[in-house]
Design a protein around this ligand. Structure first.
Ligand SMILES: [Zn+2]
Length: 460
């Protein structure tokens, strides 16, 4: 008995010693990764070019095309093993001339508001649309009011994002249905247009666009939909209480065109031991058209590119093939993500881990893992390695829209989780610009992602 006890104790010592050694080695590598990201990072300069020289990158736009060329060029300069473009047909929607809107409280007495067309919306009739307004906060309310109260009116969806949710992504999830399906639902009751409160937690004058869908609504029943700034929404709501018969006017000239040719941009470092097993890190190269898409998702793209550059720069030789994928068309179609997954399936490529950064370039707090199979315990054991860098969220949950289509048994998907408190101040609005991204915060995200990719490569 005593002997067995001694053996167990000895084994414990050996194992602890071993794991300490492993951790020590890993902390040195991770420290080196952080040093490289903070002292010699490339992500901020790349983002500067993408944002300030190219600008917005909506699918099918010139900006998107230039971004493909630029990122391919930059990846080529890194001396990686392979860089290529994967062709994908994408939708093309254009905003046209700037939208215009006002509230009319009595004939000729108007106050202008800030609106923008929702992505995918039809235009207003020539000369604009003017009608009475019905304010609701849910689809249930819409149903209760029914055709009698809604026909011929503009439906104004005014349910704010819930401010007491700490994870603002959840608040977004709780409100975004109004934007996505608002027009489709209102059209069922004969509404002529839709105005949606912007998906933002801040009070300001920026309207936030984003994708909407008509579902299977027939062509002649599609009604124009726009977003109004949060200040505008409060003003409209308050004015409606005083003057329920006010009229709202908006004019938008957006259009849907034929699909156009575009590309996912892909580069890889070939694995030294398992070249046919793939680790993917990525973001989406397209953005909405109002700002320059610095947070959404220029940040995720340049961080992902820098993951490969830093691994190479620090002399790390990955066992598995590590790919960066800059997906096209996440915002209004997800065609790039779907294309990448279907090509991977067709070529029988064995993906073992995929990480996406698409939640802004803010201070990283951790990662969210979407996995069935695989050991979450192994991942949680890495937590102490990230402690010096103030990364502490290791939770199960979602990952990223673009890598979602890859999902299959055994594959671990993950999303970088930056601090989300200011994300929706900028998301899909004209103030999603380069100056809103902090260099250090962006680079810390890059370093956290590189470290996680390193650990997966080593331990999977
Ligand atoms: Zn995004």
């Amino acid at each position: 008995m005593k002997k067995i006890f001694l053996i167990i104790i000895t084994l414990c010592f050996i194992m602890t010693g071993y794991s300490q050694k492993v951790n020590q080695q890993d902390s040195i590598v991770i420290n080196n990764i952080y040093n490289t990201a903070l002292l010699d990072g490339a992500s901020y300069d790349w983002l500067d070019y993408l944002s300030n020289q190219i600008g917005s990158r909506l699918s099918g736009s010139l900006g998107a095309e230039l971004a493909v060329t630029y990122t391919e060029e930059q990846l080529n300069e890194l001396g990686l093993d392979k860089v290529w473009l994967q062709s994908v047909m994408v939708p093309k929607w254009t905003r046209g001339i700037a939208e215009f809107s006002y509230i009319e409280t009595s004939p000729g007495v108007t106050s202008t508001t800030n609106v923008c067309a929702l992505g995918g919306s039809v235009p207003t009739p020539h000369g604009g649309l003017k009608a009475g307004v019905v304010e609701v906060t849910s689809f249930e309310e819409l149903e209760e009011l029914g055709r009698e109260k809604i026909e011929g009116k503009i439906v104004f969806y005014n349910r704010p994002m819930q401010a007491n949710l700490i994870q603002t992504m959840r608040a977004y999830g709780g409100a975004v249905g109004q934007r996505y399906a608002g027009a489709k639902e209102a059209a069922k009751y004969g509404a002529v247009g839709v105005v949606v409160r912007s998906m933002s937690l801040r009070m300001d004058d920026f309207p936030h666009t984003g994708v909407m869908s008509y579902g299977d609504t027939t062509e002649n029943l599609k009604i124009p939909a726009c977003a109004i700034s949060t200040n505008g929404a409060n003003y409209l709501s308050a004015t409606l209480k005083l003057q329920p018969n006010l009229l709202f006017y908006f004019n938008q000239n957006c259009r849907t065109h034929k699909d156009v040719q575009s590309y996912n941009v892909i580069a890889e470092i070939t694995g030294s031991e398992f070249p046919n097993k793939f680790i993917v890190v990525g973001g989406h190269l397209d953005s909405w058209d109002l700002g320059d898409g610095s947070h959404d998702d220029g940040a995720g793209c340049v961080q992902s590119m820098d993951v490969l550059r830093i691994l190479k720069k620090t002399g790390y030789k990955p066992k598995h093939t590590i790919r960066v994928v800059l997906f096209m068309n996440e915002e209004n179609g997800l065609r790039g993500g779907k294309k990448y997954a279907s090509e991977a399936k067709r070529k029988n490529e064995d993906h073992i881990f995929a990480l996406e950064s698409d939640a802004g370039g803010f201070t990283p707090r951790g990662f969210s893992f979407d996995m069935n199979g695989g050991s979450f315990e192994m991942i949680q054991n890495w937590k102490p390695l990230f402690k010096p860098y103030l990364i502490n969220i290791f939770e199960k949950g979602g990952s990223g829209a673009d890598i979602g289509p890859l999902k299959k048994e055994g594959l671990i998907l993950a999303g970088l989780r930056p601090d989300s408190q200011r994300y929706f101040d900028h998301h899909h609005a004209a103030n999603d610009t380069f100056d809103a991204v902090n260099k250090r915060e962006l680079e810390l995200g890059t370093a956290a992602m590189t470290s996680l990719v390193y650990l997966f490569d080593k331990y999977l």
